[in-house]
Design a protein around this ligand. Structure first.
Ligand SMILES: Cc1ncc(COP(=O)(O)O)c(C=O)c1O
Length: 383
C-alpha cells in the first residue's frame, strides 16, 4: 500500500494494508516460534535467528507505529523497559534534564537506578523555556526528557521551543508521547530525536497488554545502542502482546478522538463546580498551557484530566469511594473510564497534591460519566 498518499487513520485501520503472504489473511499471523531454521551453508534466508532479536509479529506492529509517528521503531516488553533502555544507553557522567512533572515511575527509576548508573539527573520546569535554557549545561547535557501533557497535572511543554533550545546546545530530546499519542501530536514534526510510549495505554487501548516502544528520528549510533540494549537485555515483548497491540492500533484514532471529546465534556461541565478547587485539562481556555496545546495538539487535547477537591484529601477519597460507572483503577488510555487517587498510588514521596483525583476518559456515554461524577460529588460532600 502506498503510505504517503493515505491518511494515518486509514493506515492504522487497515494495519498498513498488509496481508499474510502465505494465506492471504487480512489479520496478521502470530509467529510464536523462538527460533528460525539455519541453512546448511550457515545462512538465515529471512535474516531472522532468534526471537529475542527478531519476530515478524513485533515487526508488523513496529512498522505500523513507525508509520504513525515517523522514524524507526523498536517494541519493548513495557513502557518502563522502553524508557529505561534509553537512559541505560547513555554513559555514566552524562547530564540528563527531565521534566519536573512526569510519570512517577520514571522519577522513581531515575532516583533508584539512574544515579547508580552514573547519570547526573536534574529536574526542570520544562513548561518554562527559560528554565530549560538555564538548566542546559553545554557540553555535559546529553538528553532532555519531556512528557506533554504531563502526568498528572497535565502541564504542557512547547516541544518546538524546547527542541530548538536543546539542539542549539547539541542536546538530544526524547518525548514520552503516551498521553497525546501520534493521533494528537507527532513529536518528530516538532524536532524531537526520540519518542517513547507506554503502549499499554492508548496504543493498545483495552487494558490487556503490557508493552512499550522507542522510536528514533534517524538510525544513528544512539539508536543502535538502544536496539542492542533491547536484544542483549532481553526486553522484547511476547508475540501475542505484539499481536494484540497491532489490533488495538487499528482503532486508535476512533478511541483517542472519542476520549478527547469526552474529557473535554467532563472538564467543561465541572469547571467552576463548587465542590472543586480546580479542573486541570489543557483543553480548558484557562489552563496555562492551553495556547501551546492548541497549536501543538491536532484534533483534541487528550483523554486525561484531573480534578482537585475543595475539601482536601479526605474529600477526594470520599468522592472516589462513591463512583459507580468510573472504575477505581490505575493506568490510563483504555476503553473504560478510570479514576484514581494518584498520591495513594505513588506513595509517601509523591509530590502530587492529596486533593487530586486523576481521570482517564474512556469511550462510554459522556452523559453517564458526568452523572456518575455529579452523584459522587454530592454523596462525598463534607457534612
Ligand atoms: C506517561 C507514561 N509513561 C510511561 C509509563 C510506563 O509504562 P508501562 O506501565 O507500560 O511500563 C506510564 C504508565 O503508567 C505512563 O503513564
Amino acid at each position: 500500500m502506498e503510505h504517503l498518499s493515505l491518511s494515518l487513520q486509514t493506515l492504522a485501520a487497515q494495519g498498513l494494508g498488509e496481508t499474510d503472504p502465505v494465506t492471504g489473511a487480512l489479520a496478521p499471523v502470530i509467529t510464536m516460534s523462538t527460533n528460525y531454521e539455519q541453512q546448511p551453508d550457515g545462512s538465515y534466508p529471512q535474516g531472522r535467528v532468534y526471537t529475542r532479536a527478531d519476530n515478524p509479529t513485533s515487526e508488523h506492529a513496529e512498522r505500523l507505529l513507525a508509520a504513525l509517528e515517523g522514524g524507526q521503531c523498536a517494541l519493548f516488553g513495557s513502557g518502563m523497559a522502553a524508557i529505561t533502555a534509553v537512559f541505560q544507553s547513555l554513559l555514566p557522567g552524562d547530564h540528563v534534564l527531565v521534566s519536573r512533572v512526569l510519570y512517577w515511575g520514571v522519577r522513581k527509576w531515575l532516583a533508584e537506578f539512574g544515579l547508580t548508573w552514573g547519570l547526573d539527573v536534574e529536574f526542570a520546569d520544562t513548561a518554562d523555556p527559560g528554565a530549560v535554557a538555564a538548566a542546559i549545561r553545554p557540553g555535559r547535557t546529553r538528553l532532555l526528557w519531556l512528557e506533554t501533557p504531563a502526568n498528572p497535572m497535565w502541564e504542557i511543554t512547547d516541544l518546538a521551543a524546547a527542541c530548538a533550545l536543546a539542539h542549539a546546545a547539541g542536546v538530544r530530546v526524547a518525548v514520552d508521547n503516551t498521553v497525546a499519542t501520534p493521533v494528537l501530536t507527532r513529536p518528530f514534526e516538532h524536532g524531537a530525536d526520540l519518542v517513547v510510549h507506554s503502549a499499554s495505554k492508548y496504543l493498545n487501548g483495552h487494558g490487556d497488554v503490557l508493552a512499550g516502544a522507542v522510536l528514533s528520528a534517524r538510525p544513528d549510533p544512539l539508536w543502535e545502542r538502544i536496539r542492542s540494549w533491547r536484544r542483549n537485555a532481553g526486553a522484547m515483548p511476547g508475540p501475542f502482546e505484539a499481536w494484540l497491540l497491532q489490533r488495538g492500533m487499528r482503532t486508535l484514532f476512533l478511541r483517542v478522538h472519542r476520549a478527547s471529546e469526552t474529557a473535554l465534556a467532563i472538564a467543561t461541565h465541572f469547571a467552576g463546580h463548587p465542590a472543586l478547587s480546580d479542573v486541570l485539562y489543557p483543553g480548558l481556555p484557562g489552563h496555562p498551557g492551553h495556547a501551546i496545546a492548541a497549536r501543538q495538539m491536532d484534533g483534541g487535547f487528550g483523554g486525561m484530566l484531573s480534578i482537585r477537591l475543595a475539601g482536601g484529601a479526605g474529600h477526594a477519597l470520599a468522592v472516589l469511594g462513591e463512583v459507580r460507572v468510573f472504575k477505581r483503577a490505575t493506568s490510563l488510555g483504555g476503553v473504560e473510564s478510570l479514576i484514581e487517587h494518584r498520591r495513594s498510588s505513588e506513595g509517601p514521596s509523591s509530590p502530587v497534591p492529596g486533593d487530586l483525583l486523576r481521570i482517564s476518559a474512556g469511550i462510554e456515554s459522556p452523559a453517564d460519566l458526568i452523572a456518575d461524577l455529579e452523584a459522587a460529588l454530592e454523596k462525598g460532600r463534607p457534612r
